[in-house]
Design a protein around this ligand. Sequence first.
Ligand SMILES: Cc1cc2nc3c(=O)[nH]c(=O)nc-3n(C[C@H](O)[C@H](O)[C@H](O)COP(=O)(O)OP(=O)(O)OC[C@H]3O[C@@H](n4cnc5c(N)ncnc54)[C@H](O)[C@@H]3O)c2cc1C
Length: 342
Amino acid sequence: MNTEQLDIYDITIVGGGPAGMYAAFYSGMRAMRTKLIDAKEELGGFMRTYPEKLVWDVGGVGPIRCEKLIDILELQAKTFDPTLVLGQEIAHLERRDDQIFVLTAKTGERHYTRTLLLCAGRGMTQVQKLDVEGANRYELTNLHYTITDLSRFKDKRVLISGGGDSAVDWANEIVKLAKQVIVVHRRNEFTAHELPVAQMKASAEVMTPYRISRLHGAGDQIKSVVLEHSDTGAIEQIEVDEVIVSHGFDRDFGGLLKWGLDKEDYGVSVDPRMRTSMPGIFGAGDFITYGSKVRLIAGAFNDAVLAVNSAKLYLDPAASDMAGVSSHNDRFFEKNKAIIHQ
Ligand SMILES: Cc1cc2nc3c(=O)[nH]c(=O)nc-3n(C[C@H](O)[C@H](O)[C@H](O)COP(=O)(O)OP(=O)(O)OC[C@H]3O[C@@H](n4cnc5c(N)ncnc54)[C@H](O)[C@@H]3O)c2cc1C
């Protein structure tokens, strides 16, 4: 195969969550020709599952609606015009004799790159749907798996099913404006953090251990929910206006974990410079693990900087350890002029 005819990138980033988006920006600062690929049709990664939530713990921007934070990150990711490839799940990896990596998407497209940065986070997450006959009939009306607009629950009777952080957080938010909030969980213990659970128990009605066994509707609207006691099988029927199901996510990495990279329970192992066990492949964000790993957006940013710097040094051992700070960096010279003239 003739290398010259292929479109080979310096760095290809798989995963367009906060780690991948920030890496795309930073690799531009390092003047690397960059491609960013995500299986989904939009950037944002796992943050797309909580768009309406307020995020407080990202340096310099909180409190901010998560959806807005995605917009800002996306804008920043595009600063140096990386090639964006959306809707392609990367499935296979090969390394040619000339050390170029060839990534193949499930759809058959190929991508050629000198280095690879894996930012696959929590994978291509899919919500776990309610396993009740006919539930999908109500998905466009009053059965919700994500929430984009809290105001729709104003003065409504809302039933929330789930025991994790999301279910409990939604209950605590919605109880402020709804007429009634009932939280149903199949176990007596909630897995969410202690303080929000205590808040929820003080303000919402909690029914445990119960699970939703049937939905009764009229047309495309759920009108009531049948709950079954997990131990006794006793049945309760409750009239509702809205149902929120928060049963977690299925995680799928589309084959990335079968490439032979060293890994531990919580992700692919990297060294302090974000290098995986395979030379030329780096990792950042929730996909990786190391002793002091921080599974937060802020942690993803730091990993991304370290990983891109390592990729740069891998390509050019004489390069500086890190990009020059942005306030004194030539890469921004023209951009700064344009902003100042505005
Ligand atoms: C309920 C909840 C609330 C949270 N709230 C906060 C908060 O307030 N503040 C905070 O800092 N953090 C929060 N977090 C954590 C934060 O969301 C994660 O740390 C962050 O999303 C990790 O980013 P990432 O880029 O590593 O991965 P992700 O955001 O998981 O993105 C990974 C991307 O990779 C793509 N991908 C995966 N496999 C493939 C493949 N084979 N081919 C192509 N694309 C692929 C996926 O489609 C996805 O877009 C929260 C987490 C949860 C669960």
